[in-house]
Design a binder for this molecule. Structure first.
Ligand SMILES: [Ca+2]
Ligand SMILES: [Ca+2]
Length: 203
């Protein structure tokens, strides 16, 4: 049984900054791994962080992003790692600030858009990258929210040409109350505390 402190630690409300451990990968495919991490501004009213990339001791920082989680992996399976960011922001077609997943590549000068994440059918509050058993690429795993049933789901997406295709969606049990405001809930680290729900789904 997880206590209240665990629940609070797993939930990061807007305004408490960004959180991610450093991630490592070869962004340019030159055989040298870069260290990539978020460099957040604490105490802001919304997540705000730069991406810091360190190669052979030289640190490069990007402009600011409304980022609250960063991971690195070869999402499109081309041998170079991408930077995957969870951002809380609007986009061109949807003026709501909500959690969106963006994928960037980096070749020494700034981040290059690869995917502007607005195409996931369910809102998410955490994500992970998972090594695919089929190939060397990384799949995106979302901690997604099914709003009609107020339940958590694990949804796995694989890169297909220019975007993501869903490969799997299963119910999850998570040590967290279901968020009343998914657009303002960020829970980095919660996904690894959840377990696939073995209870059969109702049709
Ligand atoms: Ca490199
Ligand atoms: Ca890649």
């Amino acid at each position: 049984m997880l206590g209240l402190s665990t629940l609070l630690a797993a939930t990061m409300a807007v305004g408490s900054g960004s959180a991610s451990l450093p991630s490592h990968g070869d962004l340019e495919g030159d055989g040298v791994a870069e260290t990539v991490e978020l460099d957040p501004v604490p105490g802001q009213s919304a997540p705000r962080a730069r991406v810091a990339i360190t190669k052979r001791g030289v640190r490069t920082r990007t402009p600011w992003y409304p980022a609250w989680k960063l991971l690195v992996g070869d999402v499109d399976r081309d041998g170079k790692a991408e930077i995957v960011l969870a951002l809380a922001r609007t986009d061109r077609r949807d003026k709501r600030v909500r959690n969106r997943l963006y994928v960037y590549s980096w070749a020494g000068e700034g981040l290059v858009d690869r995917f502007r994440g607005s195409s996931f059918p369910r809102p998410f509050i955490d994500f992970a990258l998972e090594r695919s058993a089929r190939d060397a690429g990384a799949r995106v795993v979302l901690l997604a929210l099914d709003l009609p049933t107020r339940s958590f789901r694990r949804e796995v997406y694989r890169w297909m040409h220019f975007g993501f295709a869903r490969e799997e969606s299963v119910p999850l049990s998570c040590p967290h109350v279901f968020p009343d405001d998914p657009d303002r809930t960020m829970a980095p680290g919660l996904l690894e505390q959840c377990r696939i729900n073995s209870t059969p789904e109702t049709p």
